[in-house]
Write a protein that binds this ligand. Structure first.
Ligand SMILES: [Zn+2]
Length: 383
């Protein structure tokens, strides 16, 4: 049992990140894991985070959706969690996958404002609506997870709406995210060189890429480390990035960040570190067709370049057109600049394109991050 729960927590670990390009909603971890009504279980349970992430994935009709979690420091020693859960949260903190704060205050809304993300919370934010008018003005920006028939669902008890909606990054957010920042505190997991980062566990072991740094806090207009309260140093321009998405069978299975100067290999099981593994979503025929490393992506002067490195070749779907005559073959070793709405097709139904331009939502339900949870942990209230 203990082992199975550990596996679920590992899966959930792949869905927490502070990367501005990948996080899809902001939440307060303590609030979520203490929301007993979600499953009627013990006072605090880390698996509730998985339930809320699943609900978000269902609403966004995407797999592998990560959340930006703000964590009060007291949670790291919360006696209502199991020792295993405390250990996991501490690891997330050390790796910079979550933001641990002595006093979270209005940080959740600040992050949502800077990044244009929805907030998943039951709080009403009465005193903050003047500073963050979108709380009431944009339906879907603040939604409360509540118990539903098949797990949590979201309701907008402040600004209305029931599906999480992204806004746009604020002007300040865009300005802050154009630069890299350094915290003077040694080993700072958020703004140091030593912490991990990225949305997925396989990236957590590598040094945080500058492009994946969280947004600084603003204190009196000064970029500040939200964890240490120290003024951040400007470490130069942040590398340019583009967010790409993998769609298999009509559903986006995961997003990944392409950073200027760092190529990313995508295939059945690429050997390159940071490669995007598709194997788990492919049927037998697709597995036979798609090479271990099939296509390589690079970002050069803002242009996405795809190179086929496979045995069988790929195709380009110009402007996402699914009409067969429009498909442009991409032969092994051929390269091509990906225009705005173009998709690369590795095999029928297996496509990669810019995340914002790739429609998702097929007659599929996203894979649950809780898939391996023992039934005991999944005890849900009757509708
Ligand atoms: Zn710091």
């Amino acid at each position: 049992m203990r082992f199975e729960i550990s596996k679920v927590l590992d899966a959930i670990e792949g869905r927490v990140c502070t990367d501005p390009s990948l996080a899809r909603a902001v939440l307060d971890l303590a609030e979520v894991i203490r929301y007993q009504n979600l499953d009627g279980g013990r006072p605090a349970n880390l698996l509730r985070l998985g339930m809320v992430i699943d609900a978000l994935a269902r609403d966004l009709e995407e797999d592998s959706v990560p959340v930006y979690a703000i964590v009060h420091r007291a949670l790291l020693s919360d006696a209502d969690l199991t020792s295993n859960e405390r250990m996991v949260v501490r690891r997330w903190a050390d790796d910079g996958l979550v933001e641990v704060l002595d006093n979270p205050g209005d940080r959740m809304l600040e992050v949502a404002d800077l990044l244009g993300l929805p907030v998943l919370s039951r709080a009403r934010f009465d005193g903050l609506r003047g500073r963050f008018p979108w709380v009431v003005e944009q339906p879907g920006r603040v939604l409360a997870p509540v118990p539903g028939a098949g797990g949590p669902v979201f309701i907008g008890h402040v600004g209305g709406g029931n599906v999480p909606i992204a806004g746009t990054r604020s002007a300040t957010g865009a300005k802050l995210l154009a630069r890299q920042w350094r915290c003077p505190e040694p080993g700072c997991a958020l703004f140091g060189g030593g912490g991990g980062g990225g949305a997925f566990a396989d990236l957590a072991a590598v040094e945080r890429a500058p492009a994946g740094q969280p947004p600084p806090a603003l204190r009196g207009g000064v970029p500040t480390c939200p964890r240490h309260g120290a003024r951040l140093g400007d470490a130069g321009p942040r590398p340019r990035t583009e967010v790409l998405a993998v769609r298999v069978g009509g559903l986006i299975r995961r997003r990944f960040v392409l950073t200027e100067g760092q190529s990313v290999l995508v295939g059945r099981a690429p050997e390159q570190q940071g490669g995007i593994v598709l194997g788990q979503w492919l049927n037998d025929e697709a597995r036979r067709w798609i090479s271990r490393g099939h296509v390589r992506f690079e970002l050069r002067v803002g242009e996405v370049i795809v190179t086929d490195v496979s045995t069988n070749g790929s195709g380009i779907r110009p402007s996402g057109s699914m009409a067969e005559p429009d498909r442009i073959p991409l032969k092994p070793q051929q390269s091509r600049v990906l225009s705005a709405n173009d998709m690369v097709e590795l095999y029928p139904g297996v496509q990669i394109g810019r995340a914002d331009e790739l429609p998702t939502g097929a007659p599929f339900t996203p894979t649950s991050v809780m898939a391996e949870a023992p039934t005991m942990a999944m005890r849900l209230p009757r509708p």
